[in-house]
Design a protein around this ligand. Structure first.
Ligand code: NOJ
Ligand code: CA
Length: 557
């Protein structure tokens, strides 16, 4: 697919088509008031960090009032800020401050489920069976003589049963924890409510949304519900007509939202979180609804040139069909950080590593970081949008949080069968010394290991070879070099992924174990200068070259 052109030029295209979006998980970014929980005041105080990085946008994970059963993805009120995180006024100030630096803001929209403390769910429980209030959620009578059995024996994605009974005997559906009841998207009132939510944020000046569980929302629940096994077995239902997930008709919701997005100038943008196959992902952006969908394929892929090359080619073919550039993601608040994933050696994957509490496979942190830096540079050179997760610019590895301090319901409700996501949510280290390494004056809500100090922002500021400086340089160069969303493959041998972008910008990654010869060109940036020797590139390293510039081996940036 050499020479594919998927967008117009950078100057005329919508801002998000080739953007770098940085995810802030507010509770773990910076704590302004010393209560151990990150907050908006903390983000405002660390604005310089975001500005210096050179990102195009910030995606804020949920900051809404929440009991924090699922890290804030249990939303009590979609139109407010949790008092522990700040106020709406502070949020306005944060948005204005980011905008003043040309940084756009995406907020996290959670439309599949609310929390059980949402006023509409409370009203649904209070109003009783058959009421309009109850019909905003998915309620059913139980089975058995007295309705004492759930409508179906399904388990939620968090481990506990997917149906929970309320005092009057009816049951409600929740794909996640019982504190996260699913909205009933068959009810037009739910559609109207979410249009209000979109406008609430659009009117406040945010630039768009990250859509949580975008492959949820609409459901087909007939009188006879399928079994869990039927739900789980591919092929039981026609593609696009699964009772619970990735239904074709969910695109009707997004087309409806598109009309709301287009009320704004520029239109609001939205990126879908949908863990679906790449060909199904296409629908989320090609149906006149949402703008982008996270591409999780590299995130799930191993460190292997053939794997990377295949995923990139597939993503491009899809991007072309959808008419929107691809997106690239290695880390977020739901997965083991990529600096750890790429450093696991000796067989097995990150789940084995979590389950063995870090015993096996062994973690080689140097190797993991070297590969993570190389992977990130590769992705930043690709056309399309890159989504970064807070802390990856520090090269942070995953933290093995002690069991008793884990917060993730996945760990507790699956009885330890899954370890959960706390290890990538540990509050950031800003300073090598001090309380919670500069996160705040009152400790950190998840324990930071002592080795966190080595990754602190203040230390990395002093070290020109640090991951932080690498990210800053790479983002600055990308901004300068980014042009048409076009890519031409270069064949530089086995174990190498190399491609050229318009204007002579070229990225070469060596996945192999021996050095590879580089074309004669100016070196713009290397993920690790130790990998550059006399015109060759060492293992686990990415270099950006200017093929049209004079040949030379010094790093320009
Ligand atoms: C996806 C979010 O990223 C994750 O953190 C959350 O647990 C589920 N959706 C449920 O909202
Ligand atoms: Ca706080």
């Amino acid at each position: 697919m050499s020479g594919t052109k998927t967008t117009e030029t950078a100057t005329t295209e919508a801002w998000w088509r080739q953007a770098v979006v940085y995810q802030v998980y507010p509770r773990s970014f910076a704590d302004g008031n010393g209560d151990g929980i990150g907050d908006l005041a903390g983000i405002l105080a660390r604005l310089d960090h975001l500005v210096a990085l050179g990102i195009d946008a910030v995606w804020l994970s949920p900051f809404y009032p929440s009991a924090l059963v699922d890290g804030g993805y249990d939303v009590d009120d979609y139109m407010d800020v949790d008092p522990r995180i700040g106020t709406l006024d502070e949020l306005d100030r944060l948005v204005a401050a980011l905008h003043a630096h040309g940084i756009r803001v995406l907020v996290d929209l959670v439309p599949n489920h609310s929390s059980d403390r949402h006023e509409k769910f409370r009203a649904a429980v209070a109003a009783g069976p058959g009421s309009p209030e109850r019909d905003l959620y998915v309620f059913r009578d139980g089975r058995g003589e007295h309705g004492e059995l759930p409508p179906a024996e399904w388990s939620s994605l968090m481990g506990d049963p997917a149906w929970t009974q309320v005092p009057d005997g009816q049951w409600y559906l929740h794909l996640f924890t019982k504190e996260q009841p699913d909205w009933n998207w068959a009810n037009p009132a739910v559609h109207a409510y979410f249009r209000d939510v979109l406008r609430f944020w659009g009117d406040r000046g945010v630039d768009g949304f990250r859509v949580d569980v975008a492959n949820g929302l609409t459901k087909r629940l007939e009188a006879d519900l399928p079994t869990q096994q039927e739900l789980d077995t591919p092929g039981t239902f026609p593609v696009g007509d699964h009772p619970l997930f990735d239904r074709d008709d969910v695109q009707d919701v997004y087309r409806e939202w598109r009309a709301v997005f287009d009320e704004y100038d520029p239109p609001l943008m939205a990126v879908a979180e949908a863990w679906v196959t790449p060909d199904r992902r296409l629908r989320y952006t090609a149906s006149g609804g949402l703008d982008q969908a996270f591409g999780f394929d590299l995130l799930r892929g191993t460190w292997d040139s053939a794997v990377f090359r295949r995923i990139i080619e597939e993503s491009y073919a899809l991007a072309e069909r959808a008419g929107v550039p691809a997106t690239w993601v290695f880390s977020n608040h739901d997965v083991v950080r990529h600096a750890t994933r790429y450093g696991l050696v000796g067989g097995g994957d990150e789940n084995d590593w979590l389950l063995s509490r870090g015993a096996h496979p062994a973690e080689d942190r140097d190797l993991g970081l070297r590969r993570a830096r190389a992977a990130t540079m590769l992705a930043l050179a690709l056309p399309g949008s890159a989504y970064l997760y807070q802390g990856e610019e520090l090269g942070l590895p995953e933290v093995m949080v002690p069991d008793e301090q884990r917060q993730d319901p996945v760990f507790w409700r699956k009885g330890g069968k899954e370890i959960g996501r706390d290890g990538c949510r540990v509050p950031l280290p800003w300073t090598k010394d001090g309380s919670s390494f500069g996160f705040g004056s009152g400790g950190a809500h998840l324990p930071q290991p002592d080795w966190f100090r080595h990754y602190a922002v203040d230390l990395q500021e002093q070290d020109p070879a640090s991951t932080l400086h690498l990210y800053r340089r790479a983002l600055a160069l990308r901004r300068r070099l980014q042009a048409d969303a076009r890519l031409d493959w270069l064949e530089l041998g086995d174990g190498v992924v190399a491609f050229r972008r318009p204007g002579g910008w070229c990225s070469v990654t060596n996945f192999g174990t021996a050095p590879v010869a580089l074309p004669r060109a100016t070196v713009l940036l290397a993920s690790d200068v130790r990998g550059l020797h006399d015109g060759s590139l060492g293992p686990d390293t990415t270099v950006w070259l200017d093929l049209d510039g004079p040949a030379g081996t010094t790093q320009e940036a």
